[in-house]
Design a protein around this ligand. Structure first.
Ligand code: PLP
Length: 395
């Protein structure tokens, strides 16, 4: 194994320029999008050096989103697991998840580019709500694409998006979940290149994995400062759920250079990993080009992407961000599937022990913590990526 601390650092520097994390990443898109993505990358790099842009971003993160989010010591959960566990409370952000960190940043980029319409895909609906919210905030039109199965299982979020003034376009293609919503959004983007595609996770063609990582990295920066203040040392362990991988990379990015910090990603195991009724992309998938990027993907024997399955709409995706593919191959982060029933049990467990109802996505990270931290006494941070209101009455 390469020295992860060094190679990750060098690699993320390189990624800013060419969109690759080791061999993963890139932009595999039709000609009509290539120029648009290049302009987006240029605009993004300029924005990240523009003090006015950064001040505005900071202002909205503080006064609109409510950052910094607290780092909370979960004492009763810690006692039950046998470790010292803090929760990074992204569930307390405005709109109830980490997704808003990214949409505020991307909406500000859209304004710089003079776009009048935001489009987005959504699975759990949290990214759709977060996009509809910033569209309302900045007076932009908003169209959200969603699989009809997800619209059914995350109905409260569909109502929220509509109330916020967004148009919600559902698709019945495939399994009518996140992958199909991304296809629908990409299709619309190709036909309407004047809109701004506000992509919700660290996936897709360059520069999106770098943009989303940057806007979510506030989670890791804050968590690092907060744990040092609370405990006077770095954590032993970080745990986050990984759908496309944005909340996980947001937390991990603050600690990648610290070789003593062990990191775990919880994938949506579904009900049968070997039988492919799963969303455990890094555990069960293979490197391939999918939805504009080269990364791991769940594929059939012919190498074609297959439909994923997870009880969690936000994890129900056959792809994964290219940086996670790189972090898996280098061994810097370990990824494990968490099965539906384990996540559902953790959903109830955290609610009863801490008075915090987690999103079913976040409950995957809670369940993994229960296993990898069991009686270790380790100091850990779990990213509580969102709150569970949207999942009420489902289990
Ligand atoms: C609360 C919550 N957590 C996690 C995720 C997974 O996304 P990502 O892996 O990009 O953080 C989602 C996606 O919708 C979500 O809503």
């Amino acid at each position: 194994m390469k020295d992860p601390a060094v190679s990750v650092h060098l690699n993320s520097e390189k990624t800013l320029h060419n969109g690759y994390f080791g061999e993963y990443g890139g932009a595999f898109v039709p000609e009509v999008l290539a120029g648009k993505l290049a302009a987006l990358a240029e605009n993004f790099h300029a924005a990240m050096k523009d003090q006015d842009f950064l001040s505005e971003l900071q202002y909205y993160l503080r006064d609109f989103v409510g950052r910094p989010s607290p780092l909370f010591l979960a004492e009763r959960f810690s006692a039950e697991v046998g470790a010292r566990i803090y929760l990074k409370r992204e569930d307390l952000n405005h709109t109830g998840a980490h997704k808003i960190n990214n949409t505020v940043g991307q909406a500000l980029l859209a304004r710089r580019l003079g776009a009048k319409t935001l489009i987005a895909e959504t699975g759990a609906g949290q990214h759709g709500v977060a996009t509809a919210t910033v569209a309302a905030l900045f007076g932009l039109e908003c169209i959200v694409f969603m699989g009809s199965e997800d619209a059914r299982r995350q109905a409260p979020n569909v109502e929220r998006m509509k109330l916020l003034g967004a148009e919600v376009v559902t698709t019945d293609a495939g399994t009518a979940t996140l992958k199909d919503a991304v296809d629908a959004a990409l299709g619309y983007y190709i036909q309407h290149p004047d809109v701004f595609y506000c992509l919700g996770s660290a996936v897709g063609p360059h520069p999106y994995p770098s943009i989303v990582r940057e806007f979510q990295s506030v989670i890791g920066r804050e968590a690092r400062e907060q744990i040092l203040r609370a405990e006077g040392c770095l954590p032993d362990t970080l745990i986050a759920c990984a759908g496309g991988g944005s909340n996980a990379i947001g937390l991990f990015s603050g600690f990648l250079q610290d070789a003593t910090v062990t990191m775990y990603g919880a994938e949506g195991g579904g009900t049968d990993v070997a039988g492919l009724r799963t969303a455990a992309t890094l555990t069960r998938g293979r490197p391939t080009v999918f939805q504009g990027t080269y990364s791991y993907c769940l594929v059939d024997d012919a190498g074609q992407a297959v439909d994923a399955y997870s009880v969690s709409a936000g994890l129900d995706y056959p792809g994964i961000g290219p940086e996670h593919a790189y972090l898996k191959d280098t061994g810097r982060v370990q990824y494990f599937p968490v099965m539906d029933d384990e996540a559902i049990a953790a959903f109830g467990q955290l609610s009863r022990l801490e008075g915090i109802i987690p999103a079913i996505e976040s409950a995957h990270a809670i369940a993994l913590a229960g296993k990898v931290l069991k009686n270790t006494g380790k100091l850990a941070i779990i990213n509580l990526s969102g709150r569970g209101d949207k999942d009420m009455g489902r289990f």
